[in-house]
Every structure is written in C-alpha cells, then in structure tokens.
Design a binder for this molecule. Structure first.
Ligand SMILES: [Zn+2]
Length: 210
C-alpha cells in the first residue's frame, strides 16, 4: 500500500531525469570529440613532397587574384594532360569528388567550355590538422573518401576541369583552417602572396613511400 503521489507520475519524473542526464552526457562527449581537437595547436608540419613523380622538374607559380599561398604546377618537360598526381604525404582522403562544375576541357578539346571551382578534386588529412588539396583533375579521383594513402601514392591525373585555363595542378597546404606557404622536401617554396605573377622551378623528391 503506497501513500505518496501516484506511481505513474514518479515514473515519468524518473524518465525525464534519465533523458536530461543522457542529454548532458551527449553534449559533453560532443564537446570533447569535436570542439577540443579544434582548439588544440596543430601538430608539426609533415615532410611534404611535390605532388608529382620522383625526379620530374615542374614550374610552380601564382598570379594576381589567385589567392595567397595557392600554387599552380606545370611540367617543364612534356604534356601536362594525364600526368600522375601523387599524395604529398601519407594520410586519409577526406574529399574525392567534384568542386563547382567540371566544364568540358579535355585533351581533345582543351579550349572547351570552362567549368567553375576546382573540378575533380581530392583533399587529404595528414593528421595534426594538416591537409593538402589537389584540384582540376582530369578524371574522377583514383581514391575514395576514407581511404588511407601512402606518401607518393597516385590519387589522380592532371587535367583542366573546373575553372582552369590550361591543364595544370592547383595545389594547397593547410594548417588548421588556414592556407600556409607550401613546403616541399623540408624547404619553403617561396610562393606566398598573389600580388604579382612569379614562378619557381622545383624537382620532385616524392620518390618512395616512407
Ligand atoms: Zn590555381
């Protein structure tokens, strides 16, 4: 024989308390898993290599309006179309798809309709909040989201999809939310501000996965 409030009301109150506690726990877990890593300082710079084949010399450049730190790569020898694009360093693919629209610039019709944005592109998370991006690929990327790639692994081929004037690889290195000056083989590329057109030539040491 009970004398207090009806048991249904007691049960309802207990359920409400459990739901409230579960909500608080879920919020705390979300903060720990999502927010805290974003507040931590980025890790050390990975030893990035040029995203092109070992031993090849490419011209890296920028031009007014390109955006600071963005790099366009053109081979110094041979055609750009279809050249292998390699991962600068090991990591996990976080984007492999289409940015903007593809347009229709192909080796057979290099001056075809221009697309928008990056066209076929890949983004790799290298850990420690470091990322690299590879734009204007010729065909759908050779990798898929969630895939682990080794340094030097081929992720696509050079093309001219998206907003691209001529076949080339547009490349970026990012630390946290910010683009930074690209480093290759431990040295800064010198491609920084986009206030004027300038280029440097570098030879790839992206030789063996390590
Ligand atoms: Zn570019």
């Amino acid at each position: 024989m009970t004398t207090g409030e009806p048991s249904t009301r007691r049960t309802r109150r207990r359920v409400a308390r459990v739901v409230l506690i579960a909500g608080v726990v879920a919020a705390l877990v979300a903060v720990a898993v999502i927010v805290v890593p974003l507040l931590l300082p980025p890790g050390p710079r990975p030893p990035f290599q040029l995203p092109v084949a070992c031993g090849e010399t490419w011209r890296l450049g920028t031009y007014p309006g390109h955006d600071d730190y963005d790099v366009d790569l053109f081979p110094t020898v041979g055609e750009a179309w279809g050249r292998p694009v390699l991962a600068s360093y090991a990591g996990e693919v976080t984007v492999a798809g289409i940015n903007g629209s593809l347009g229709a610039r192909t080796p057979d019709d290099p001056d075809g309709p221009r697309g928008r944005g990056g066209g076929y592109w890949v983004k790799i998370d290298h850990g420690g909040r470091w990322e690299t991006q590879y734009l204007h690929l010729l065909e759908p990327p050779l990798v898929r989201v969630g895939q682990r790639v080794a340094q030097g692994e081929q992720i696509g081929r050079v093309g001219s999809t998206g907003n691209s004037g001529a076949p080339h690889l547009h490349y970026e290195q990012r630390r946290g939310w910010q683009k930074v000056e690209t480093y290759f083989d431990g040295a800064p590329s010198g491609i920084t501000h986009d206030d004027r057109e300038y280029t440097v030539k570098l030879t790839s040491n992206n030789c063996a996965p390590r």
